[in-house]
Design a protein. Structure first.
Ligand code: ZN
Length: 112
């Protein structure tokens, strides 16, 4: 079984090899003008992927959740994953509903 070391960082466009990304460039401009904090982050899209068997999730106190962050290549427009992180989260089922939906607020899997 292959091991993964998180966080996984992808800093080059898989299509053209560019390191220029649209959101990153916009963030840099805002940083230069002091409008956002140095460590502020933004992303085009965040995906939460719960690694879980829905039929057994009720027994799990925490489940692994893969968070993937996406940005867009400033040179060719390719949307690609720039960062993948693994977190633990508590399963939260919407009342009266069963999977497909485990709900995780973007960027804040514990909802606090
Ligand atoms: Zn590209």
């Amino acid at each position: 079984m292959a091991e993964l070391e998180f966080p996984l960082v992808f800093d080059q466009c898989p299509n053209c090899g560019s390191e220029r990304r649209i959101v990153e460039i916009l963030l840099e401009k805002e940083r230069e003008q002091g409008r956002i904090n140095k460590d502020a982050k933004a992303t085009v899209m965040i995906q939460n992927t719960a690694i879980v068997d829905p039929t057994r999730a009720g027994m799990a106190l925490t489940i692994p959740v893969l968070l993937t962050f996406y940005d867009i290549c400033a040179d060719c427009g390719t949307l690609y994953c720039v960062l993948a992180q693994l977190q633990k989260a508590m399963p939260q089922m919407a009342p009266g509903k069963q999977p497909p939906g485990f709900l995780f607020p973007p960027g804040n899997p514990r909802g606090n």
